[in-house]
Design a binder for this molecule. Structure first.
Ligand SMILES: [Zn+2]
Length: 625
């Protein structure tokens, strides 16, 4: 079993991720809390507790924002304690406790406003989705802060669900997967297998016909209320199941379809299910879907979901830049899925994708100070896109907080005999063998990581370090050992008796590279994108006159470092470019005659840092000559 390190094993995190944790602790978590309070999300819980009815503030699934925020706040509080965060964590726990109904039910919209809709519309209502986020917050609270209060609320809610749905009761699963992942974590946190078995059942019954959703959609009492939601689900007036990955059983699915966050949450859970049941058929199916996604439907930034129409997938190679959806949550969900695939298979290529999306398609979704967010992450902008502190549908901001807060779990794992490093994190980590692993690194700003240990190991331990897909040259300095590394599953594996005097320095050499897309990605024909190590770059300008859209990459000269740093400390690169002359033209159209382009330059900064000064002209894929 490959298990991620618990946050309690983190002695400290500094460096690149440490700065994000500092910002979340001092600003991001509390600014999100202010939004949760000022938008009435918290008050909905108090209203339920006071026995009110007839009023509910915001969207029907707003409870999930409080739960998801709470999970993130707990991680950040664990790693960067702040008395103000402790206070609001306490406030939110109490609000949740008092809102739960006697029978275990908890969903403030139905409790306040739609009592006759209780468990009537799993496809649209999001009751289980919201409870899934509550369960994850409860796991975080129990595991990181030794507090069982929300686990008690969660078990009561689960018992309520299991009194209605189950193998010998009604079939039932949520239109928006999430509770499945949460249930596996509940089992992990409590050792009670009932939760995981229930999730296995939900994964297995999904996609069969008749779907329980078909009758729900036709329910005359709820039909009007869900008209807009049903329009997303129905294709030509009929239910085909694709939007919610309910078109066929997962074991028979081969192509990724529908809503991208739902899909990636579902398959992340299915990977856990396959691993715990040793179910090769299920794992094989998810691998096929994964390959369809990563070989034909994923942006170079790791972003997924090509259109806002269904917040999800369209066709193979349909990856428009300007209108890319690539929701921040979908990026996080993909990192979750990649992590679970690695845990199930031990193969590093899943972590290559997780790293790609983490450092590009997810971190682009949050400002450097962690107070502004993108919902969608297009790969081109014409001064039309800006980050915002919050959204009416605010799934992304708290998702970023819980993801960054638990970043160690996406990069460090242990099994009986091995410690795995996905991507280096500057910090110190207590291993279960008794050693403390220390990594000193600026990663991802450069590729050097110095590894050392303190303490004594109770048993021999292998150190497995992922060789990133982008890395051509790896330099290893291991003065204590004359033996080289072995290679396994995309990792270099060092088998050594680690002591306090051991140092191992690895340099994954980073060089700027240029990339082409498959010619069927029509938007990118004749264009190149730039990367440096794991970081995808873009070009940006606040003014139309110097917009990257007006420039053509001149391939006659190589990319060069400017010596300047981007706002996150990454190197800025420059290339020669040919510029579309703007002046002296004033006509909208003119007859073409030979015009000499002007020589100029084009600068590249990390895509994740764009829009630091407000809306701009931006492109990831640039025309070349
Ligand atoms: Zn979102």
């Amino acid at each position: 079993m490959i298990c991620p390190l618990a946050l309690s094993q983190v002695q400290k995190i500094d460096g690149y991720w440490g700065r994000y944790l500092d910002e979340l602790s001092s600003k991001g978590i509390l600014s999100q809390w202010d939004q949760i309070v000022s938008t009435g999300r918290l008050e909905n819980f108090y209203r339920v507790a006071r026995g009110e009815s007839g009023t509910h503030e915001g969207l029907r699934f707003n409870d999930s924002d409080l739960y998801k925020w709470l999970e993130g706040a707990i991680y950040v509080q664990k790693l960067r304690p702040n008395p103000k965060i402790a206070e609001v964590i306490e406030t939110s726990i109490k609000a949740i406790e008092v809102a739960q109904a006697e029978d275990g039910y908890l969903f403030t919209l139905v409790q306040l406003n739609k009592p006759n809709f209780k468990w009537r519309n799993l496809v649209n209502m999001h009751e289980m989705y919201c409870l899934g986020h509550l369960f994850e917050a409860a796991v975080a609270l129990k595991q990181e802060l030794n507090d069982d209060r929300l686990m008690a609320v969660s078990i009561k809610a689960f018992n309520h669900i299991a009194s209605i749905y189950g193998p010998d009761k009604k079939p039932g699963f949520c239109g928006h997967p999430e509770i499945e992942l949460a249930l596996y974590r509940m089992t992990e946190a409590t050792s009670d297998k009932r939760f995981a078995e229930f999730a296995d059942w939900m994964i297995d019954i999904r996609g069969h016909r008749p779907s329980p959703f078909e009758a729900e959609i036709e329910d005359p009492e709820t039909k009007d209320y869900f008209r807009a939601a049903n329009n997303l689900i129905l294709k030509d007036g009929k239910y085909d199941g694709k939007y919610a990955q309910d078109d066929k059983p997962i074991r028979e699915q081969t192509v990724i379809v529908g809503h991208s966050v739902r899909a990636a949450y579902l398959y992340a859970a299915a990977a856990l299910s396959a691993a715990r049941r040793n179910d090769k058929e299920l794992l094989g199916a998810i691998e096929t879907i994964w390959n369809n996604l990563t070989e034909r439907r994923m942006y170079i930034t790791g972003g997924i979901g090509s259109t806002g129409d269904n917040e999800g997938f369209t066709d193979d190679y349909d990856l428009p830049n300007l209108n890319a959806y690539a929701e921040t949550c979908a990026g996080i969900a993909l990192a979750m899925w990649g992590r679970r695939m690695f845990e199930a298979t031990g193969q590093s290529d899943y972590l290559d994708v997780a790293e790609r999306v983490t450092l590009n398609g997810v971190l682009s979704g949050v400002s450097q100070d962690t107070t502004l967010y993108y919902y969608d992450n297009p790969l081109e902008s014409r001064k039309t896109h800006g980050r915002a502190p919050w959204f009416l549908c605010a799934c992304c901001p708290p998702n970023v907080a819980r993801f960054v807060g638990s970043i160690v779990q996406y990069n460090l794992w242990e099994s009986d005999a091995t410690v795995y490093i996905g991507s280096p994190i500057d910090g110190e980590f207590r291993l279960s063998c008794g050693l403390t692993l220390k990594m000193e690194t600026k990663y991802p700003l450069d590729g050097v990581v110095k590894i050392s240990f303190t303490g004594k190991s109770s048993r021999p331990v292998k150190l497995s370090i992922r060789i990133p897909e982008w890395s051509d040259e790896v330099n290893v300095d291991f003065p204590e050992s004359s033996e080289g590394a072995e290679y396994e599953g995309g990792f270099m594996v060092f088998n050594h008796h680690w002591t306090s005097s051991t140092t191992l320095t690895i340099d994954f050499e980073m060089n700027p590279k240029m990339h082409k897309a498959h010619p069927h990605v029509i938007d990118n024909v004749g264009r190149l994108a730039v990367s440096y190590g794991p970081t995808i770059y873009c070009s940006e300008s606040l003014e139309l006159e110097s917009a990257p859209q007006l420039k053509v990459f001149d391939l006659a000269e190589e990319l060069r470092e400017t010596g300047q740093k981007a706002i996150d400390g990454s190197p800025v690169f420059q290339a020669s470019a040919l510029l579309e002359p703007v002046s002296p033209y004033t006509e909208l159209y003119r007859e073409f005659s030979d015009e000499d382009p002007m020589a100029g330059t084009i600068n590249f900064i990390p895509y994740r840092t764009w829009n630091a000064k407000g809306p701009s002209f931006m492109q990831v894929w640039l025309r070349h000559n």
